[in-house]
Design a protein around this ligand. Structure first.
Ligand code: IMP
Ligand code: MG
Length: 191
């Protein structure tokens, strides 16, 4: 095999510094699933995944919830792209089924400023759900603007660092990493 044809490995990219291993995540997600299984016995549970970041977390979490449940997805625009810190969010893809009378858990990858999720919850609150809670794999409390936002099921609290993997991206890359990592050199992400 020539040097040129050497197999590339995204998972061992030297720019990545692991923060949580796949095993640590699996263990924590199982704990959250057990807790939700306890809390939602006899409820009409719907998990709403906020795409794209929550796709891996939702997929693992729902398999740790031993209850009757359904799932749905939303896509919302981010404030950061618009470079504004207030105003409305745009719903790019809405739910396919009504949530009236349902017990809803919104599943997010990470809560940072909290602006997106706060506004999304305000919108969902008008739709007649029986209950509305939040599960987020990661909580970055330091940059939080919406301090009143409650994360009912939180995987890990992390410092104010940009993380990738397990659904989280940098420029749409790294969502497929089975672990969560920081980038040693964020400028080099195209490498
Ligand atoms: P917020 O409105 O500032 O809380 O934005 C949260 C959203 O920003 C998350 O759902 C992610 O899509 C994105 N985000 C925030 N922090 C990170 C990070 O460290 N890595 C990747 N995406 C992030
Ligand atoms: Mg997101």
């Amino acid at each position: 095999m020539t040097a040129e044809s050497k197999k590339y490995s995204e998972f061992t990219n030297p720019n990545l510094e692991i923060m949580f291993t796949a095993e640590q995540i699996r263990h924590r997600v199982a704990e959250l699933g057990k807790q939700i299984t306890k809390d939602y016995a006899d409820k009409d549970l719907v998990l709403i995944g906020i795409l794209k970041g929550s796709c891996v977390f939702l997929s693992d979490l729902m398999r740790e919830i031993d209850l009757k449940l359904s799932i749905d997805f939303m896509v919302v625009s981010s404030y950061k792209d618009a470079q504004v810190s207030s105003g409305d969010i745009e719903i790019l893809k809405d739910l396919t089924h009504p949530i009236r009378g349902k017990d809803v858990i919104v599943v997010e990858d990470i809560v940072d400023t909290g602006l997106t999720l706060f506004r999304l919850l305000e919108i969902l609150q008008t739709r007649g759900a029986n209950s509305l809670k939040v599960a987020a794999l990661l909580d970055k409390p330091e940059p939080r603007i919406k301090k009143e936002l409650k994360i009912d099921y939180c995987g890990f609290q992390i410092p104010n660092k940009f993380v990738v993997g397990y659904g989280l991206d940098a420029a749409n890359r790294f969502r497929n990493l089975p672990f969560i990592a920081t980038l040693k050199n964020p400028q080099e992400i195209s490498a």
